[in-house]
Design a protein around this ligand. Structure first.
Ligand code: NVA
Length: 317
């Protein structure tokens, strides 16, 4: 909560996975896996000595809807002894034209860590430039950095290390996918992407991955992407702020994950989805509610454990 004009250049943020090293990502995942095992298997809750947010405030600034992110952010904070303040942006002076920079100054002067679900990635970057405390990207139009890590964590709980495995993404070249591409390069798994024409992921992100020798391939045919994969990942065909027109729905229809498409994956393949899910669009009920889906097991609990590990790293505690 120091003066932003005196901000140390070393303030840690999580704006994109690409800003971090493979070792840092692995560290968050390994710590989150231990927290999850302690909590889920042994029912162990944080001891007083581990409640490192005691006496601290964290804030959540939301320009878009949030269910799981808000829930997990609040639970993670309270479990660690801290207090979470949720600010729907529409209720703040941002809605009357206050700048993101001024908002960042105010929040970072009064709270110790901020999660910002920004509509525009540029606003997130501007916000972080003015923040004296760590900022987490809580899903911008460009990327959603911690969400793929939740899926990877869930995969690893059930199937072991992600390194060397194959993940298929049939669907939109969206924010989640950009972060999945970063994760593939940094955590060394193969990522096969199938999108309709004109909906490919960000070329800059693909170029970044190619420079690092990442095994990321683009396909038009979803079956080609899914064949033999160890995990199939789904997401909405229209991200927040994007209109699902009849033309868009028609273009994406072949990318729906149904039982026939999932059957082309490895026999023990798992299905993952960041939610919210639209049954009958990107996935059938048979798949998302079926035996290969991990969506309703670890997938909906792990975010709070991962956030705890990321909080500790960001606050350097
Ligand atoms: N791509 C989705 C992710 C939701 C968590 C969206 O931006 O709406």
């Amino acid at each position: 909560m120091s003066d932003p004009t005196q901000r140390p250049q070393s303030t840690r943020h999580l704006l994109d996975l690409a800003d971090h090293s493979p070792a840092t990502l692995r560290g968050w995942l390994d710590e989150a896996l231990v927290i999850a095992a302690d909590r889920q298997r042994h029912g162990r809750r944080p001891q007083d000595s581990e409640r490192f947010l005691t006496g601290r405030y964290v804030s959540l600034l939301l320009e878009k809807p949030a269910t799981r992110t808000r829930l997990h952010f609040e639970i993670a904070t309270h479990d660690l002894g801290g207090r979470a303040i949720v600010l729907p942006a529409a209720d703040t002076q941002l809605s009357r034209g206050e700048t993101v920079g001024d908002t960042a100054r105010v929040l970072s002067k009064n709270t110790d860590l901020i999660l910002y679900r920004a509509r525009r990635h540029q606003d997130l970057l501007e916000f972080a430039r003015h923040s004296a405390v760590p900022v987490i990207n809580g899903c911008s139009d460009h990327s959603h950095p911690f969400r793929p890590l939740v899926d990877i964590m869930t995969f690893e709980q059930q199937r072991g290390p992600i390194a060397g495995r194959t993940v298929a993404w049939p669907g939109d070249g969206n924010n989640m996918l950009n972060s999945f591409i970063h994760a593939a390069a940094l955590l060394d798994f193969e990522l096969r992407i199938a999108t309709p024409e004109g909906h490919e992921p960000d070329p800059g992100v693909l170029a970044w991955a190619a420079e690092r020798g990442a095994r990321v391939s683009l396909h038009r045919d979803p079956a080609e992407a899914v064949v033999g994969a160890h995990a199939v990942v789904g997401d909405t065909f229209a991200s927040m702020g994007v209109e699902l027109t009849p033309e868009r729905l028609a273009a994406f229809r072949p990318y729906q994950v149904d039982a026939a498409l999932l059957a082309k994956a490895a026999p023990d393949a798992v299905y993952l989805h960041s939610l919210p899910a639209y049954r009958g669009q990107e996935v059938t009920a048979e798949v998302i509610d079926g035996p290969q889906s991990l969506v309703w097991d670890g997938g909906i609990e792990n975010k709070k454990f991962l956030l705890q590990a990321i909080f500790r790293w960001l606050l350097e505690l």
